[in-house]
Design a protein around this ligand. Structure first.
Ligand SMILES: NC(=O)c1ccc[n+]([C@@H]2O[C@H](COP(=O)([O-])OP(=O)(O)OC[C@H]3O[C@@H](n4cnc5c(N)ncnc54)[C@H](OP(=O)(O)O)[C@@H]3O)[C@@H](O)[C@H]2O)c1
Length: 313
């Protein structure tokens, strides 16, 4: 992977020319927010998912939606040939760690092999790649920096760590954004987040059991979209960690959601991972150091309480 290009030369950006952006993960939480954030862009946007039907009626009209399985190498290669995208924002993935643990073959195909194919296509057509990786490539008792050794905490993390290596091997121009526990407003036809699961459960008077022994930072989706859009405009490449300043346990987040929405906090039961283990292991301390993104991208984060209010406006 090439790094440290300057904005104009790296992106080949000619500000007068609308560019072709290919988004994978059109129906995902991040993908939906990105599409909304592109309303003002003078670019031609193509967005794919295995089934775009759920977003057909709500996606902005300036976006061309296409049904495609990214695991199907041939279809992806034909799409690249046809579109020849300037930029590819690759958010599609098998994102649930427990599912990845239970179906390793699909996780490897979707998260690693499909990303390898996309990166090689990017190299062939000189497209800039923006790839979303995860904090779960680390299992450190300290805040992880971009140059730290990878140590995947579970199979999902492993597939993403391998994907990062395939991107580097392809030699394409790429920005790899390692992100963590994303939250924000629930857009129509979008998947929910941990915060929405808490809200929905409590609204239905369901008891929930939430961990007190996992510490992590979170990332407001608007802050993530702002950084992706910065990269689209400036052509930055390399690894960047993106996360908010504050560190919480899932239990603390659940209580904050309940208090903000005036829901019954007594339904939230504090538990440890030992008491109710998940199928895929999670790190006890998963925190991303964002110093590099602040310095090089001007990354600014919204305080959790402000973002929480905006998420449930
Ligand atoms: N959300 C987080 O907290 C978080 C944290 C760290 C990293 N990330 C990374 O950020 C990215 C975006 O996450 P997200 O929360 O937006 O994910 P998400 O809501 O689970 O959405 C995943 C998207 O990927 C698509 N997809 C999955 N398999 C596909 C396939 N074989 N072919 C085509 N499309 C496929 C899905 O479309 P279909 O349903 O149509 O298949 C969906 O649009 C992911 O790469 C994830 O690993 C997310």
């Amino acid at each position: 992977m090439k790094t440290n290009h300057t904005a104009e030369t790296a992106s080949g950006r000619n500000s007068d020319r609308p560019r072709k952006i290919l988004l994978t993960g059109a129906t995902g939480f991040v993908g939906r927010h990105l599409m909304e954030s592109w309303k003002q862009r003078n670019d031609k946007i193509f967005a794919i998912a295995t089934n775009t039907a759920p977003v057909k009626s709500v996606a902005p009209a300036y976006i061309t939606l296409l049904d495609m399985d990214i695991v199907d190498e041939m279809s992806v290669a034909i799409l690249f040939e046809k579109i020849q995208p300037d930029i590819v924002v690759h958010t599609a993935a098998m994102t649930k760690p427990n599912d990845c643990e239970q179906d390793k073959e699909s996780a490897f195909e979707t998260n690693t092999l499909a990303t390898k194919n996309i990166a090689e296509c990017c190299k062939k057509f000189n497209s800039q790649l923006v790839f979303l990786s995860t904090d779960m490539i680390f299992d450190h008792p300290f805040a992880s920096s971009e140059s730290d050794d990878k140590k995947p905490v579970n199979y999902y993390g492993e597939t993403k760590a391998l994907a990062e290596e395939e991107i580097a091997r392809s030699g394409c121009r790429a920005a790899i954004l390692r992100i963590i526990l994303v939250y924000g407003k629930l857009l129509k036809a979008s998947r929910g987040t941990f915060l929405h699961w808490v809200k929905d459960s409590l609204e239905q008077d369901k008891e929930i059991f939430v961990y007190t022994d996992q510490h992590r930072n979170t990332l407001y989706v608007n802050d993530l979209c702002a950084m992706i859009n910065h990269i689209l405009d400036h052509g930055n490449t390399g690894f960047y960690h993106l996360a908010g300043e504050e560190i919480f346990t899932p239990y603390e987040i659940a209580v904050k959601v309940a208090e903000h929405l005036h829901l019954d906090t007594r339904l939230i039961h504090p538990v440890t991972s030992g008491q109710r283990p998940e199928i895929a292991r999670r790190a006890a301390y998963s925190v991303l150091n964002t110093h590099k993104a602040k310095k090089e991208l001007g990354f600014v984060t919204t305080p959790f309480d402000v973002a929480l209010r905006e998420s449930f406006d």
